[in-house]
Design a binder for this molecule. Sequence first.
Ligand code: URA
Length: 244
Amino acid sequence: MSKAVNARIDKLLSSMGYGSRREIGGLAQAGRIILDGEKVNDMTRRITVTAELPRRMTVGGEQLDPVSGLVILLNTPAGVTCSHCDAGPLVYDLLPTRWRRRDPAISTVGRLDKETSGLMLLTDDGKFLHRVTSPKRKVSKTYRVTLSRPLNGDEVELFASGTLMLKGETKPLDPAVLKVVSPTEAYLTITEGRYHQVRRMFAACGNHVEALHRERLGQLHLPEDLTVGAWRLLAGVEQQLIFR
Ligand code: URA
């Protein structure tokens, strides 16, 4: 949370998805809400909401969830959708169910195609989301690409040229950096976020992307110890790596 605010405890917990104010009143009556070691009886009491609050408060015996202003780093599996309302499995299904009821809502920072895996950020902080996704910032995104056919040999130069035009578009792509690993594997770093951009770049070269995995946003790497489908909160210093 960027600025400490005062909030009524019942309103705060309700906005964090713990239930209606009536339900939260019930939890308090049952002695299930503890602040600084004491049962909270008066849910209309106001408290200062800071990032440290989860260390001081438990609800139903568990540490309070992070307060608003959170940034989540997720290792997205292939096959989940970055949407709030699609039919199939959603990235939001990988987070605690209660978090779907939070206000402000948690959203993905940009999107990955359903079949793309790897580094995804989610946040309830609109300013942070805008900073990362604003085209003016040109935050770089690095993908590991697996191709169905060997590279032609001219892709490094073509992608770096700033002249490649995608089908149906009128503005060429900004220069992108391709690092070849093998005839069918490479790392591609782009600074734009056009629709299906990586897949369309290789399609423009007569190739087909078999697998796509986002490894990096700016200088923020997907941690090796974050297993597929797992998430963790991203600390402020780590967030700065995105803009390097
Ligand atoms: N480019 C794509 O084609 N798909 C993604 O998910 C991300 C970048």
